[in-house]
Design a protein around this ligand. Structure first.
Ligand code: AMP
Ligand code: ZN
Length: 485
């Protein structure tokens, strides 16, 4: 099916056409591994997962999906410093070697990140690579050298900065994000990795060595500039090295449009002469009470917090994916509970298509269902529309005697749909053998007789009695099934 995606570059929904017929290449800005990712971060990764699954399943492409791990930046350095208050006993002892401490802390959180996304239904086999920034220092230095050679970067006090004024003579800065250059002062510099739009400046590519920070040697024209990379350069270098430029799709949250992605475009264009990607796709925020969930605001939950509160990670996945990625997702416990119910309803329907029944003759139009649901997903991943179509179908056909061939097509349909959502079991219900007490069977048998006599009032009464005793009774034509609640 033809996939359409909203492209932040053109600010329009465009037809997605792959650059080559082998693989669709997708790069997602990954986590900064200085702590457990919160559920807001997870929205960005679930969006990327959903997108790459739609491209595979609905678009019919093979996908090369890369997600980087930022293991060196201001925050990872801060939290792994000798004597850090946030160093955990589980990480072992700190060493004398600052780089080793950085790697120990970040590998600890990288592992927890991989566990968390697995619990959220991301299949690790779908990743082509998850490169760590510290393994690409050499490639970053090569890119920085290229940018210097094009005279779009300069050295100042041992650090290297991107020369925005020079770049803007021939190129546009502000392709993804509306930038007001009113505050821009030519030659002003910014060293921090994250900054506000008021601070548009020459941003740092390489930060000179500081006391208590890990560093790498960097030789330029016979002189050494020991230091470490700024945050933005890693993505430009890794994309070029792993995927080649341009690749098909770049993902991230809307907060990354500026400065991270603007800087990424500038670096790649200045250094390699090519912009990174054709499609820039950004997910909106997950909010709590009207505010972006973020570590700095303190209004965050990790997946682990939510599991401790009894939530099922797949209900969280389903809930987040049920909202269109371009709309704000408002996080509430009741929202997750409602999604859990909706997910269970679909699961019940799936179980029911594995049941055999006599006189099954209803023939739903499954091709239409498929076109409706996958058509909505192909249309800029419109999951709310897709699910509305799905629930419309389930409401119409649940409890009906669907014919066996149609059930086979439905099994195929749900298998494919689950390649995208990955929250259901496409198999018969696994019944746990439980002994139904004879008293319950007696009531059920009595009810079978009153039903045959069309005494529906008494039948309902007996159903209620069973329900109060903890059993649900489901009717079929001349029989029943008893389920323990
Ligand atoms: P970070 O680990 O801070 O680099 O962020 C990882 C990803 O999470 C980025 O793509 C961010 O844009 C995204 N992100 C951060 N906070 C939120 C949020 N509240 N809702 C949605 N995405 C977010
Ligand atoms: Zn990035």
């Amino acid at each position: 099916m033809q996939i359409k995606l909203y492209n932040t570059l053109s600010k329009q929904i465009e037809n997605f056409n792959a650059l080559d017929d082998k693989d669709v290449k997708i790069y997602s800005c990954g986590p900064t591994v200085y702590n457990y990712a919160h559920i807001g971060n997870m929205r960005a990764f679930l969006f990327a997962d959903f997108l790459q699954r739609v491209i595979r399943t609905v678009g019919g492409f093979q996908v090369k999906w890369v997600m980087n791990i930022t293991n060196i930046d201001d925050k990872t350095i801060r939290d792994s410093r000798i004597g850090s208050q946030v160093w955990l006993p589980e990480m072992g002892n700190q060493s004398e070697d600052i780089l080793q401490n950085l790697l120990t802390l970040t590998e600890f959180y990288e592992k927890s990140f991989i566990q968390d996304i697995a619990a959220l239904g991301v299949n690790s086999n779908h990743f082509y690579k998850m490169p760590r920034a510290t393994d690409y220092i050499n490639q970053m230095q090569k890119l920085i050298l290229k940018i210097i050679n094009k005279r779009t970067a300069y050295i100042s006090q041992g650090s290297i900065y991107f020369d925005l004024s020079e770049y803007r003579k021939t190129e546009t800065y502000g392709k993804l994000f509306n930038i007001d250059f009113g505050n821009f002062i030519e030659g002003s510099r910014i060293d921090s990795d994250q900054y506000e739009r008021e601070n548009i400046s020459d941003f740092v590519l390489w930060k000179s060595k500081r006391e208590d920070e890990p560093y790498w040697d960097f030789e330029i024209d016979g002189q050494n500039y020991p230091g470490r990379p700024g945050w933005h350069i890693e993505c430009s270098a890794m994309e070029f090295d792993i995927l080649g430029l341009p690749f098909d799709i770049h993902t991230g949250g809307v907060d990354l449009r500026f400065p991270h992605h603007e800087d990424e475009i500038a670096q790649s264009k200045a250094g390699y002469g090519i912009e990174p990607t054709v499609f820039w796709c950004h997910n909106e925020f997950l909010e709590v009470e009207g505010e972006k969930m973020s570590k700095s605001k303190g209004n965050f939950f990790t997946l682990r917090d939510l599991i401790d509160q009894g939530f099922d990670p797949l209900d969280i996945r389903f809930s987040i994916l049920s909202t269109h990625y371009g709309s704000i997702y408002n996080f509430t416990n009741s929202g997750i509970k409602a999604s859990a119910k909706a997910r269970a309803r679909v699961q019940e329907f799936i179980y029911s298509i594995f049941d055999t029944a006599d006189n099954s003759e209803v023939q739903p139009d499954i091709q239409k269902l498929k076109n409706d649901v996958f058509g909505a997903l192909a249309d800029d991943l419109h999951s709310p529309k897709a699910l509305a179509k799905l629930f419309g179908f389930i409401n119409e056909y649940s409890g009906k005697a669907i014919d066996e061939l149609s059930k086979d097509s439905l099994k195929e349909f749900f298998t494919e749909l689950n390649e995208v959502f990955n929250v259901w079991e496409i198999s018969p219900r696994v019944e746990i053998e439980i002994k139904i007490p004879s008293k319950i069977i007696d009531i059920a048998e009595k009810r079978l007789i009153v039903r045959a006599n069309k005494d529906f009032a008494e039948s309902d009464n007996l159903r209620k009695i069973l329900d109060d005793l903890g059993y649900i009774i489901k009717d079929s034509k001349d029989s029943y099934t008893i389920i323990k609640k």
